[in-house]
Ligand binder design. Structure first.
Ligand code: FES
Ligand SMILES: [Fe+2]
Length: 322
């Protein structure tokens, strides 16, 4: 894990009226909404005898009550009541759980993972999604480290093999570039120029056009967001959510701005999901076999030019981890 980052960990739609328990970064967390719809994220382990707060309920507007012996916690994680001791007794200060800083926007939920205070800047998002676009989201469990799932989405070499009958049709096995363009401290664009091999040598990353004349590009935003600009009005977005060292929840979202009436627009976005999932499962089948589970700079792999975006990702990941 890269510490001290805002990570997307869920969608807004997943957190409704009742507390939701999730495993993220190898830790159990609970998310709930206060009566004013404000999101709270706490450690999902009661400090009394370890029961899951996520089985409890929201009380007093903004607190959560443990299902076991009724201890109540406020959004800062401080226990405010031990019912067995009575309302008139003070709660000792060691009765508390960790509270995770949380941020919500664009239908996603971020938490701050690290050992420092959260960055005062709000988490960066993609700025080119049409305002009127409608979207649908699905989630998909992958049995591997999230860095491998990310690298798969930066890998254009696999297209004609893994996706021979879908997005990689056409046998374009020769990989020109790919070009990587860093546009900010944590965001890069990637331009893909695969073509059929008719004996030519692949062009180097600095010999292919930046940006792409077609407008096609892939964006990656550290630590865990990716966007594929398929056309002016179509995007596929992915969030690579770390469950633990060997499991990732991939959130796939399809945006379209062709049909923008609320119900029809959502319906069309949803209609695209089976195909997107089919493609993702072509990847998942192979990526889950990669060893080691977590990627890194020196893990004994032999890389070549087409892996350039993956190398860029690994280097930045390493420097952010320092
Ligand atoms: S375990 Fe939570 S109140 Fe006892
Ligand atoms: Fe793929």
């Amino acid at each position: 894990m890269i510490k001290n980052q805002w990570y997307v960990i869920a969608t807004s739609a997943e957190i409704g009226l009742h507390p939701v328990g999730l495993t993220r970064f190898g830790e159990k967390i609970v998310l709930y909404r206060t009566s004013s719809r404000f999101l709270v994220c706490l450690s999902d382990r009661c400090c009394h005898r370890g029961a899951a707060l996520s089985l409890g309920k929201v009380c007093n507007g903004d607190q959560i009550q443990c299902p076991f012996h009724g201890l109540e916690y406020d959004p800062s994680g401080k226990c405010t009541l031990i019912p067995a001791n009575g309302h008139s007794s003070l709660v000792p200060s060691n009765f508390k759980v960790k509270s995770w800083p949380v941020y919500e926007a664009h239908g996603f939920v971020w938490v701050w993972y690290g050992d420092t205070e959260p960055s005062p800047e709000i988490p960066e998002f993609f700025d080119d999604i049409p305002d009127n676009a409608k979207y649908a989201t699905v989630k998909d469990h992958w049995k591997t480290h999230y860095s491998r799932v990310i690298e798969n989405q930066l890998d254009c070499v696999h297209l004609p093999f893994v996706h021979f009958n879908t997005i990689g049709r056409g046998n374009r096995t020769l990989v020109n570039g790919p070009a990587v363009e860093w546009v900010s401290e944590r965001k890069f664009f990637m331009y893909v120029y695969n073509e059929v091999d008719s004996g030519q040598k692949p062009k180097k990353p600095n010999e292919v056009p930046v940006p792409s004349p077609s407008g096609y590009k892939i964006e990656f935003l550290f630590p865990n967001l990716w966007e594929n600009r398929i056309a002016d009005k179509v995007r596929v977005l992915a969030a690579f959510v770390p469950i633990d060292a060997e499991n990732t929840m991939l959130y796939l979202r399809f945006y379209q701005a062709f049909a923008t009436l609320p119900v029809i627009g959502k319906f069309i976005a949803r209609a695209a999901m089976p195909f997107n999932l089919y493609v993702a499962h072509q990847d998942r089948r192979v990526v889950e076999t990669q060893v080691p589970k977590a990627s890194g700079l020196s893990i004994g792999e032999n890389l070549f030019q087409g892996d350039h975006p993956i190398i860029e990702y690994r280097k930045k990941r390493e420097s952010l981890k320092q």
